[in-house]
Design a protein around this ligand. Structure first.
Ligand SMILES: [Zn+2]
Length: 281
């Protein structure tokens, strides 16, 4: 596995760490996208520079993304993989009339609000070339085409629920389903690194639920999961959640998939997925 970090650095401050010819200045002209191997010695200096600038009301970087690149062999030998959806759309279900029961949510972290109606969405906003996509609130949708193929291939651990258009009397749509997981969840083990960003591991636990529902804002390493929790389902998920409750944002579990499901998605050329190896221990 080769790991790189993509940083969006303020163009006016980029000189503090980067050569003029490093990275790509984005069309706005104010942000430079720089990609470095995570073991580049300069990565450790990003935090220090950013903190100094923040004290002056400036900032050094405004966005980040860790990318993990695998060989075909590494992917093929994985026992379980993370299934991330890079196709993200708005508005979220709640903004289109989907109801959640907040009484079932944890009062500390907001995790666990139960969805009590069918998912309502403005389906015209779903990225049309994606077969798997999610809202900003991590409501997962699957195209009817892919759902049929999953059923045909006997993919386990998944169920498909109707999606309605926005509006009180909207009928279920034909092209999409809500993807829900029926498999029992897996514990995220402490070997998994979580935090606010790669330079801020949330040492004061501000984004972690004392009751253990939410383990941080983001996962920063590959996932390590409890082997004895895994029942062999093709689609499954984590017991602990990531993220935060704010506006339409909700803490959310991470999706996991078997090598069989991964193979099927590759064969079907399903686009815009963010796939990583997950480790069972
Ligand atoms: Zn909680």
């Amino acid at each position: 596995m080769r790991e790189t970090i993509e940083l969006r650095v303020e163009e006016s401050e980029a000189w503090r760490l980067f050569r003029d010819d490093e990275g790509v200045v984005l069309p706005s002209g104010t942000v430079r996208k720089v990609t470095l191997p995570t073991d580049d010695e300069r990565v450790s200096r990003v935090r220090e520079i950013d903190r100094t600038l923040r004290q002056q009301g400036q900032l050094f970087f405004a966005g980040w993304r860790i990318l993990r690149h695998y060989s075909a062999r590494e992917l093929k030998s994985a026992e379980l993989l993370k299934l991330g959806m890079a196709a993200v759309f708005e508005p979220s279900g709640e903004e289109c009339g989907t109801e959640y029961d907040e009484a079932t949510a944890c009062t500390l972290c907001g995790a666990g609000a139960r969805q009590v109606t069918d998912l309502s969405l403005d389906v015209r906003r779903i990225p049309q070339r994606a077969d798997l996509a999610r809202t900003l609130s991590h409501e997962w949708v699957i195209s009817a085409r892919l759902a049929d193929l999953w059923q045909e291939h006997g993919i386990t651990g998944a169920d498909f629920r109707p999606i309605r258009g926005a509006g009180a009397r909207a009928e279920p749509v034909k092209e999409w389903y809500q993807l829900v997981v029926t498999a029992p969840p897996l514990d995220i083990l402490p070997a998994t690194l979580t935090g606010n960003d790669p330079f801020d591991l949330d040492e004061d636990n501000a984004q972690r639920c004392p009751k253990g529902h939410v383990v941080g804002l983001n996962v920063l390493s590959e996932l390590s999961l409890r082997r004895s929790d895994y029942d062999g389902s093709d689609l499954t998920w984590t017991r602990q959640q990531l993220g935060m409750r704010s506006g339409v944002l909700r803490p959310h579990p991470l999706l996991l998939m078997s090598p069989k499901l991964h193979g099927l998605l590759v064969e079907l050329k399903v686009k815009r997925l963010d796939i990583e190896v997950a480790h069972l221990a």
